[in-house]
Structure formats: structure tokens, C-alpha cells
Ligand binder design. Structure first.
Ligand SMILES: [Zn+2]
Length: 172
């Protein structure tokens, strides 16, 4: 699935839920899509899990991680649910390193799914339209680190997630 398609899916979800508020209420959105979200002590290096049981999605989030991380993981698992629920896997376990930081060179099916879930998470938490609007309306200088930090705060994502998103959208 290409990035354009993923961007289309997330923008459709946001339009349906009329979610133009910032930060994007990812938990509310996932719950309204019928997903149950709980926090679990998943161990130190597990960020989140998604369990699919008869089309029902259950997301477990590690509450020990910073809230920006929990939001990204929630969005990542929602991405797995919406994009991959018809694959043979019914359990997705996401270790810390798999979320956000991925080996782009690897082309295994699993890695492809991780990349797609990350692309989904980035695009729903930092919608292209809202991000560009902020940058243009306020004449933001993206070469200024402080500006990127402020954007990260506004969208409630990590600075690194925002930096990657801005770079992927070729906004620098
Ligand atoms: Zn994943």
C-alpha cells in the first residue's frame, strides 16, 4: 500500500470524525472505530500490542512510556487494525525499536507492515493539511529547532516524529 493511499485513509477518518482539533484525539478516534484500549504492563521494551479477535480490535499500551510515545503507539496499532486485519496474523506485538525506527532496507512482509503502520500513525497524528496550514499561516521557519519543538508540542508527538514527518512531506 503506498503512502498516498494511507494519507487518503487517514484524511477520510479525520473528515468523518470532524477532527480538526489539535492535538488529534487519537484515543477517542480509535474507540469510536470500535477498538478497545487498555494500558498493560507489557514489560520494558514492548510499546504496544494489537489483538484481533473476530474482527474486534484490542489495543494494549505500555503506560510506562512517555505520553507522546503512547499516542504514537496507539495510532500505529490502529494502523495495523485498519490496514492489516485481513492478514493471517491476529496478534501484533510492537517492541520499542519497531515503532518509528525501522530498517527501511528490509523488504520482508513484516517490515512492510511496520512501515505502513508507522506511515499511518504519522499521517493521522500529523495530518498533512493541518501541518501545512500551521506552517503557512504562521510563516514558520522549519530550520529553527525551536519551531519544530513547538509544532511537536502542538500535535502532541515527539520531536523526532515531527522531524521525520516534516522530512517525509518534503517541507524542509
Ligand atoms: Zn507494528
Amino acid at each position: 500500500m503506498n503512502r498516498k493511499k494511507i494519507e487518503d485513509i487517514t484524511s477520510q477518518i479525520l473528515t468523518e470524525f470532524n477532527s480538526n482539533e489539535l492535538p488529534i484525539p487519537i484515543k477517542k478516534i480509535a474507540e469510536r472505530l470500535g477498538i478497545k484500549i487498555h494500558t498493560y504492563d507489557l514489560g520494558d521494551n514492548i510499546s504496544g500490542v494489537l489483538v484481533i479477535n473476530q474482527d474486534q480490535g484490542f489495543i494494549g499500551i505500555n503506560p510506562k512510556e512517555p505520553s507522546v510515545r503512547q499516542r504514537f503507539t496507539m495510532a500505529h496499532e490502529l494502523g495495523h487494525f485498519l490496514l492489516h486485519k485481513n492478514s493471517s496474523d491476529s496478534i501484533f506485538i510492537d517492541k520499542e525499536y519497531k515503532v518509528l525506527f525501522r530498517d527501511q532496507k528490509s523488504a520482508t512482509g513484516e517490515n512492510k507492515r511496520e512501515q505502513e503502520a508507522n506511515a499511518f500513525a504519522a499521517s493521522i497524528l500529523m495530518p498533512r493539511k493541518l501541518l501545512i496550514e500551521q506552517i503557512q499561516n504562521h510563516f514558520l521557519d522549519l530550520t529553527d529547532e525551536v519551531v519544530v519543538k513547538q509544532l511537536a508540542k502542538m500535535f502532541d508527538v515527539s520531536v523526532i516524529a515531527m522531524t521525520i514527518r516534516i522530512s517525509n512531506l518534503s517541507l524542509f
